[in-house]
Design a binder for this molecule. Structure first.
Ligand code: APR
Length: 254
């Protein structure tokens, strides 16, 4: 696959890259995105009934069942060629990649990347919804999705255990956001991969870079809310684009 000249030139010149990834990064691992037509999770479920503190308060068994199945799918999923290319990129030349992800799966880590920030938390980082203490009991594995499932109970206080992710209306982990902002402010290139760019403050990071005159490259088969501020766009799936880009960089560096 030919890498667009502008994308290759920007990638080749970069030393400190901040990479913002979204659900599209894991799409080729078989995990549904949120807003893709037909297949998106929010195309088939109302996020207000699953991904808000109010939904949890109203019906924790329904919310837990849904996330427990997503946890099962994420455990079964494997990192794709795009995850692996990002992990290997740091070995090419003197580039350093700071991975900032909106994804709650662990596919970047399992591909070998260090993740600077999980802006929306991690589905595997369970905690008590009452005392906030970490929890690790996820209960019996699921072989198929279920409508309702009682959440585990906190061993410390008896509260209900929830997934450690940021629901709509909740604040992002401040330390993760600060690390992501610092990396964006010191980047000489921002790569935006597989995100629709409509959820803030994550979507604000590439915009912050753009306002500082830092080039932004978008890798996404579709146009997004961030396309207007992209210096270069590549309308290709991440699992195809990133390995091709890494190969071209290796040839340029050889
Ligand atoms: N490669 C690259 N991009 C892809 C691929 C792919 N193979 N497949 C789909 N995409 C793109 C889609 O075109 C879309 O622009 O990925 C993007 C996915 O957008 P969303 O589904 O909105 O996911 P995301 O941007 O990560 O959502 C942000 O919203 O619901 C919240 O907390 C949730 O973190 C999530 C946030």
């Amino acid at each position: 696959m030919r890498v667009p000249a502008d994308v290759l030139e920007l990638a080749h010149a970069a030393c400190e890259l901040t990479v913002l990834t979204g659900a599209g990064m894991s799409a080729e691992s078989g995990l549904a995105t949120f807003r893709d037509a037909q297949t998106g999770l929010w195309a088939n479920q109302d996020p207000a009934s699953l991904a808000t503190p109010e939904a949890w308060e109203a019906d924790p068994a329904r919310v837990w069942a849904w996330y427990r199945w997503r946890m099962t799918l994420m455990t079964r999923a494997q990192p794709n060629a795009g995850h692996r290319a990002l992990a290997e990129w740091s070995e090419v030349g003197d580039a350093h990649l700071w991975i900032v992800t909106q994804n709650v799966d662990d596919l970047h880590e399992r591909a070998g990347s260090d993740v600077l920030a999980h802006l929306h938390g991690s589905i595997f980082a369970l905690r008590c919804s009452r005392c906030g203490q970490d929890a690790d009991a996820v209960g019996e594995p699921l072989t198929e999705p279920v409508e309702r499932l009682d959440p585990p109970v906190c061993v410390h206080c008896g509260g209900l255990v929830r997934p450690g992710i940021v629901w709509f209306g909740e604040a992002l982990p401040q330390d993760a956001l600060e690390r992501a902002e610092a990396a964006t402010l010191s980047a000489d290139l921002v790569l935006v991969i597989g995100t629709s760019g409509i959820v803030y403050p994550a979507a604000g990071l590439p915009i912050m870079a753009h306002h500082r005159g830092v080039p932004v490259v978008e890798i996404n088969p579709e146009e997004t809310d961030l396309s207007d501020i992209a210096t270069a766009t590549w309308r290709v799936p991440a699992g195809e684009a990133l390995p091709a880009l890494l190969t071209a960089l290796r040839e340029n560096t050889a």
